[in-house]
Design a protein around this ligand. Structure first.
Ligand SMILES: [Zn+2]
Ligand SMILES: [Zn+2]
Length: 345
């Protein structure tokens, strides 16, 4: 099969590879669409240590069932499917608790951090365990389905966040995850959603997904502006989708006493935490990792039109053009959000 292989850091190459073999609980999928994730772009230069070459990356994908392992009896060839990126073990302490996103033996498709190497979906075929696979409704395209993983990240973060109908929510960061989180928090009952971003061009696009107000901390005192919009108290909750000291401090300062800050962004390994503000105002600060069973809900939200992803798809291109799209994303070409590659196209 044709695959896009990371042969060494900063070098992606289209190669001919053997089709993956499947175990009894696996399904062989013909990949129809696979999104380029930010983590794949970061993985390109080896800085994350999670994509040791040689590796076929790609974990945001959808396609058609080709063949099922002996134990897989409920799917047949030709069915349209998508799958989670995280392969949980189903046996560890955390899996037994239902926290499959926190699995001790978690593996991610298209990742090779050392202890394991799982080739991903930038290829014509990929082998995926049945237990992380979901059928696609007819009204979702393969390209839209390639964004379900990102949607599930926003849905999970909102599910962890205590929101009461009519609350005000602050969403810091208006990148793709921010835009999806805005939509999710709106559907969770937030009457007012305040989008915070330091780039005005990004704040232009937050209204359509459902933000009611925008604040740019570069040009205004964000905390004062948010207080002014919330009767002087601050917002009930904030969801932080950047992952650095300044935006996290903004998120913490933007919630009212007793409020909750959910951290989704994950760029800086360490940040400066305003401890006294958190403790003395009794703020709950919590992390949100990937998703935990939110795939079916995310699919339903997209299928019903409650969460829309089309405007986030910047380009759909044949897999063979993948290396050049990676290059453009790596160089932070302005305006690019999700790029989707189509094997066999
Ligand atoms: Zn991803
Ligand atoms: Zn486990």
């Amino acid at each position: 099969m044709q695959a896009m292989l990371l042969t060494k850091y900063m070098h992606l190459e289209m190669v001919e590879m053997a089709e993956p073999t499947i175990g009894p609980d696996d399904v062989l999928v013909r990949v129809r669409a696979c999104g380029i994730c930010g983590s794949d772009v970061h993985g390109l230069d080896g800085s994350t240590g999670r994509r040791l070459p040689p590796l076929v990356m790609g974990h945001e994908a959808a396609g058609e069932v080709v063949e099922c392992g002996a134990n897989v009896t409920d799917l047949k060839a030709g069915e349209r499917v998508t799958f989670d990126s995280t392969v949980y073990c189903g046996r560890c302490f955390f899996c037994a608790r239902g926290d499959i996103n926190l699995c001790d033996n978690r593996e991610v498709l298209g990742v090779s951090p050392g202890p394991y190497r799982r080739h991903g979906a930038f290829a014509e075929y990929v082998s995926v365990p049945r237990r992380i696979m979901y059928r696609l409704p007819d009204n979702l395209s393969f390209e839209q389905a390639a964004l379900i993983e990102a949607v599930s990240v926003g849905v999970h973060a909102v599910n962890l966040t205590p929101i009461v109908l009519g609350d005000t929510a602050v969403v810091v960061g208006s990148g793709m995850i921010g835009l999806l989180t805005i939509q999710a928090v709106k559907h969770a009952g937030a009457a007012r959603v305040i989008a915070v971003d330091t780039v005005d061009d990004r704040l232009v696009r937050v209204k359509e997904p459902g933000a009611t107000d925008t604040v740019n901390p570069k040009s205004t005192d964000a905390v004062e502006a948010i207080k002014a919009l919330t009767g002087g108290h601050g917002a009930a909750v904030a969801l932080e989708c950047v992952g650095a000291t300044e935006p996290i401090q903004t998120a913490i300062a933007s919630v009212r006493k007793g409020g909750t800050v959910t951290l989704v962004g994950n760029i800086s390994p360490e940040i400066t935490l305003p401890l006294q503000s958190v403790v003395s105002r009794q703020i709950r600060v919590q992390g949100s990792c990937a998703s935990n069973g939110e795939y079916p809900a995310s699919i339903d939200l997209m299928s019903s039109g409650a969460i829309k992803v089309d405007t986030m798809i910047s380009a759909v291109a044949p897999l063979a053009e993948g290396p050049s799209w990676f290059d453009r994303l790596y160089r932070h070409e302005p305006g690019l959000m999700k790029v989707i590659l189509r094997p066999g196209a």
